[in-house]
Design a protein around this ligand. Structure first.
Ligand SMILES: Cc1cc2nc3c(=O)[nH]c(=O)nc-3n(C[C@H](O)[C@H](O)[C@H](O)COP(=O)(O)O)c2cc1C
Length: 218
């Protein structure tokens, strides 16, 4: 079952201190008494969600409030994209942030849907085809796969932050390229609207195929 909105509170992982006090050598007579033992001030890491819970929490959000995205949250989300794996670690991607009225207007023209226009920020995910890994045996370009991984990192990181996203590939990619004046080596491959959920945001009923249908033991 996919839980309904709102998305959960941010998950905070606190790292325990890796340093423990060193033992003090010498006789007790000429050394100062050891400082009183302090109770640890940092709580143990308490993940509030497992990865599976987070993955089940994310859904395609198609109704956003106008509340802007905090810079810290955006940076957190982009950092999660940055550390995504890629073939041969080529990182053949570039992310454009549309949040000014002008940029949003251009991006919205490429996917004219009323729900999409409610998002206060859209990330345009681009593949740099001249930087992607092409498998030597058949020249398969892995840029799509690489960008897809980074994109899902963005969606999951946003969900963890309590924000909504939606993959959008059914946009006019050529128009997007033209309106945003993208360089020739870049392909606009996905739009990712990000925002706080509007009060009426709710997942559409979706199902997934059972494992028995999609997994085969060899
Ligand atoms: C590659 C890809 C492209 C998608 N393109 C669109 C799109 O253009 N418009 C849209 O409304 N949803 C789009 N989606 C969202 C899917 O419709 C959605 O993920 C799917 O129905 C499952 O629903 P859920 O995300 O709520 O679990 C896309 C998803 C993926 C992974």
């Amino acid at each position: 079952m996919i839980p309904s909105s709102p998305l959960p509170r941010p998950l905070v992982l606190l790292l325990p201190s890796s340093c423990s006090p060193l033992a003090v050598a010498g006789s007790p007579g000429n050394t100062p008494p050891p400082p009183p033992k302090k109770e640890p001030t940092t709580p143990k890491p308490q993940p509030t969600m497992t990865f599976q819970q987070l993955a089940k929490t994310r859904y395609s959000v198609r109704s956003y409030s106008s509340e802007p995205i905090a810079e810290e949250q955006l940076n957190y989300i982009l950092e999660c994209a940055r550390i995504a794996p890629s073939a041969v670690n080529f990182q053949p991607w570039h992310f454009y942030i549309a949040r000014s009225a002008d940029a949003l207007d251009k991006v919205r023209q490429t996917y004219p849907r009323s729900w999409f226009a409610t998002a206060p920020l859209v990330i345009v995910g681009c593949i740099r085809h001249d930087q992607s890994w092409h498998r030597p045996t058949d020249q398969k370009d892995h840029g799509d796969i690489d960008l897809a991984i980074a994109t899902e990192h963005i969606c999951l990181a946003a969900a963890e932050q309590g924000l909504g996203t939606c993959w959008v590939c059914n946009f006019d990619a050529q128009l997007c390229h033209q309106l945003l004046c993208l360089p020739p080596n870049e392909e606009a491959a996905v739009l990712i609207p990000i925002g706080h959920l509007a009060p009426d945001a709710a997942p559409r009923p979706t199902t997934r195929k059972p494992l028995t249908e999609i997994v085969t033991d060899l």
